[in-house]
Ligand binder design. Structure first.
Ligand code: PLP
Length: 305
């Protein structure tokens, strides 16, 4: 049995009224770990467990780390997560509450990741947050669920960090024969690594990333995500942190679900569609979720952005 749940697909009255389109929501915020990440990470962890791995190691202080910790607890396999000092107390607690070992090391994610890699023994599995075909395979199941519900969208809206969600959704869409359906790939201005790659027609590493949508803060998208952006209809959309944060509060009020700004970014485009998105009648928004930002935190950020 898989570790993730089949999530609800609902037509959103508030979003449809706001956008003037039919807006449908795939509610992956309702996964037990609080984000879509459990789909891919759950599959990866199950696969590594079958291969005889005895420990899972990760360097994500975000939803990936939380999903690894959740998967390890469910599978009875110990988990070690190395996070940088910048990781919030809340994220550390969420990982620790799944019984995972949390090691705080280094000022940046890079240093934490180096230590995590140095800890790896032969019986350990390293779980990458976005760049692994197993992850994409796991994420792709959300599209199979949408198709099984008898729904085919005219456009799909999702957020892009390192591009694992995007790669997985495109994989599912290809399997369903939806290669003609465009994907609107949303990023915040301080972390627009896919937009940069698409503009330059090659994968580029940003010098720095700065956004309150912390789960989108990847300096470079994975190679697979870049390839997909060149080989199927993809429309890049970049918006501000303020728009993503506002969408979080609006979505909480409309649907009673709190999501991170990383997810608010996709919702913001659905609340106020671009002229390119307006052309489509039935829009599917991937509500990717995320649990590392409290409402107080979102309001604090909104006040200063
Ligand atoms: C990881 C994550 C993303 C971005 O996913 P990528 O696979 O890195 O593109 C978006 N939103 C949330 C809540 C996430 O946890």
């Amino acid at each position: 049995m898989s570790l993730h749940l089949q999530t609800p697909l609902i037509a959103s009255r508030p979003l449809s009224l706001a956008s003037g389109q039919e807006v449908w929501l795939k509610l992956d915020a309702l996964q037990p770990s609080g984000s879509f990440k459990l789909r891919g990470i759950g599959l990866a962890c199950e696969t590594f467990a079958k291969q005889g791995k005895r420990r899972f190691v990760s360097s994500s202080g975000g939803n990936a780390g939380i999903a690894v910790a959740y998967a390890g607890r469910c599978l009875g396999i110990p988990v070690t997560i190395v996070v940088p000092q910048t990781t919030t107390e809340r994220a550390r607690q969420l990982i620790a509450q799944e019984n995972a070992e949390v090691i705080v090391h280094g000022a940046t994610w890079h240093e934490a990741n180096e230590l995590a890699l140095s800890l790896l023994g032969g019986e350990d599995a390293f779980i990458h947050p976005f760049d692994d075909p197993l992850l994409w395979q796991g994420h792709s199941t959300m599209i199979d669920e949408v198709a099984a519900a008898g729904f085919k969208p005219d456009a799909v809206v999702l957020s892009v960090g390192g591009g694992g969600l995007f790669a997985g959704v495109c994989e599912g869409m290809a399997r369903q024969g939806w290669d003609d359906v465009p994907v609107f790939a949303v990023e915040t201005a301080g972390a627009a690594s896919l937009a940069a790659a698409m503009a330059q027609k090659q994968r580029v590493a940003l010098d720095s990333v700065k956004t309150y949508a912390t789960s989108l803060a990847a300096k470079q998208v994975c190679q697979r995500a870049f390839e997909l952006s060149q080989s199927r209809p993809v429309i890049s959309h970049v918006l501000s942190d303020g728009q993503a944060l506002e969408a979080c509060e609006r979505f909480l009020s409309d649907h009673r679900i709190l999501v991170e700004p990383a997810c608010g970014a996709a919702l913001a485009l659905a609340y106020a569609p671009s002229s390119a998105l307006k052309q489509y009648e039935k829009v599917l928004v991937v509500v990717c979720g995320g649990v590392t930002a409290t409402l107080d935190q979102i309001r604090e950020w909104r006040a200063v952005s």
